[in-house]
Design a protein around this ligand. Structure first.
Ligand code: FAD
Ligand code: SF4
Ligand code: SF4
Length: 483
């Protein structure tokens, strides 16, 4: 550490945000981001720990050189700052906004011993936004053509990252995406008020500018098969995510007005229900919405519900606030916006009216027992504690699993009980030449974990393309599965 005797400000430079009373009536971004002066001031708090020991670097799944880019901000060299970040992270405008920084780069920030931890996420976002607004592009070195071709299935953060890295290594890269717009959950799941789609499009354009080809509206497993890709390409990376929602197996779950979070958010985001009346996307606009779950998806559904006009929005979660998996910032924002939280409750039934529309959810109260496989205390229902909550719409946000379309006709590709693709520590699947990463191997996880997988898989693919080596048997990598 080289802080010397310099006085450091203990308190973070606050991030300007839209007022909660105003923002619940629009889909504009909530956090407004730092100005140049604010970014400089926050950057000046960093102690510039040595890269070999800086915990912020070690705790970032894509190993961003945090002190390195912060130093460039202080020098006023934003192109340099962008280049330092983009050495390892090709989607900085996205990660700066949606990474759970408190559990990653910021978790053990040394500045935390003296005062507030450095606001690394907002500084990363500042650099990406400043560069975009000032037309600054990083210098990218592309290795000479190798003559090898790689197909990437899925254009979420795992696929986009693998594509960028493989392209820089000199390989020809083609992405196939099932939807009409690239980005995966970044475009169809995370709402505009957290991640403007313009940012995702800009970062996708960067990939195209370095020569990555993207074909949308192509479903591998339907339009083309995995075997077709293996004939045409030297290797394939599957970054197909976890887009199939888990549903509750309780009476009344088929009432009208009960959505999966995936469907609800896709209607709001990708099908632009939030731009009503310009886009008249069919979506229920009732008065009382209950969202079941405690992750980012649940927060996004609840906050979107408020913005499309629900008067009362509830989050119903089976454990306690501290055990929710959503980013702390999103929980705080949801509370500020007036979302009502009910903890330690589980839905046991839904009740419909005479026309089949949901009118209530029956909940049972829980108490916490011993920790389960996720390390968090298990919710245990308290017999006889059932009660009804009247609602007219329900969104179920209790996790997602991979979609099986792609591999149902490929028996050689082994998947786990949860449908995740089995890979070894080099992201090799049980089918020669096929690699996988992101939510497709983990279940629903995070953007930056998917990116980390994309990066490491790109290195493994490059090695395979050079050596042709493939093991006789795949030894499954141990991965933390999503709860
Ligand atoms: P995805 O982003 O799911 O992308 C997979 C892509 O593959 C999709 O575009 C899909 O259409 C395509 N595809 C699938 N099958 C095929 C096929 N057969 N042929 C062609 N294409 C196919 N993480 C965070 O870090 N921070 C957050 O704040 C956050 N919020 C979230 C909010 C919501 C609502 C959701 C749903 C998730 C959130 N996550 C968040 C999780 C994060 O978005 C995911 O972990 C991440 O997007 C996974 O990336 P991926 O590339 O593996 O898959
Ligand atoms: Fe932090 Fe995410 Fe950036 Fe890594 S990529 S430094 S975890 S914000
Ligand atoms: Fe050290 Fe924190 Fe700065 Fe990283 S961000 S170099 S841990 S003070």
């Amino acid at each position: 550490m080289s802080a010397g005797r310099r006085e450091v400000k203990k308190v973070r430079v606050p991030v300007p945000e839209q007022d909660p009373h105003v923002r619940i009536h629009n889909f504009n971004e909530v956090a407004l981001g730092y100005s140049l002066e604010q970014a400089m001031e926050e950057a000046s708090r960093c102690l510039q720990c040595h890269v070999k020991v800086a915990p912020c670097i070690k705790n970032c799944p894509v190993l961003v050189n945090v002190p390195g880019f912060i130093k460039k901000i202080l020098e006023g060299d934003m192109k340099g700052a962008l280049e330092v970040i983009m050495e390892t992270n090709s989607l900085p405008g996205i990660t700066g906004r949606v990474c759970p920084q408190e559990e990653q780069c910021e978790m053990n920030c040394i500045m935390g011993k003296l005062g507030d931890k450095i606001n690394i996420g907002k500084l990363e976002r500042f650099v990406a936004d400043y560069a975009r607004e000032h037309g600054i592009r990083p210098e990218v070195k592309i290795a000479p053509p190798t003559g090898k071709r790689v197909a990437i299935v899925g254009s979420g953060p795992a696929g986009l990252t693998a594509a960028a890295d493989l392209r820089k290594m000199g390989h020809e890269v083609v992405i196939y995406e099932a939807l009409h717009e690239p980005g995966g959950v970044l475009v169809y799941g995370i709402p505009e008020f957290r991640l403007p789609k313009e940012i995702v499009r800009y970062e996708v354009e960067f990939l195209k500018s370095i020569g990555v080809k993207i074909y949308t509206d192509v479903v591998i497993g339907k339009t083309l098969s995995l075997y077709d890709l293996l004939e045409e390409f030297d290797a394939v990376f599957l970054g197909t995510g976890a887009g199939t929602p888990n549903f509750l197996n309780v009476p009344g779950v088929n009432c009208l007005g009960i959505y999966s979070a995936n469907e609800f958010l896709t209607r709001v985001n990708l099908m632009k229900a939030y731009l009503f009346p310009d886009y008249d996307t069919p979506i229920k606009r009732g008065k009382r919405l209950a969202v079941i779950g405690g992750g980012n998806t649940a927060m996004d559904a609840a906050r979107s519900g408020l913005r499309i006009g629900y008067e009362e929005v509830y989050i119903l979660y089976r454990r306690t606030r501290e055990l929710m998996t959503a980013r702390i910032e999103e929980i705080g924002h949801a509370e500020e916006e007036g979302v009502k939280f009910m903890f330690l409750v589980n839905p046991v039934a839904f009740k419909c009216d005479e026309n089949g529309w949901v009118r209530a959810v029956t909940l049972i109260r829980n108490e916490l027992g011993e920790p389960d496989e996720s390390g968090r205390r298990r919710p245990i229902p308290i017999p006889g504690s059932e009660f009804d909550l009247e609602v007219d719409t329900v969104v179920i946000a209790i996790g997602q699993r991979p979609n099986r379309i792609l591999y149902q006709e490929v028996p050689e590709l082994e998947v786990s009980r949860n449908g995740t693709i089995i890979v070894d520590e080099k992201y090799r699947s049980t089918l020669r030449g096929v690699f996988a990463g992101g939510d497709a191997i983990r279940g629903e996880a995070t953007v930056v974990l998917a990116m980390g997988d994309g990066k490491r898989a790109a290195m493994a693919i490059d090695e395979y393309l050079r050596t042709g080596e493939w093991p006789e048997k795949i030894v499954p990598m141990k991965l933390a599965q999503a709860d």
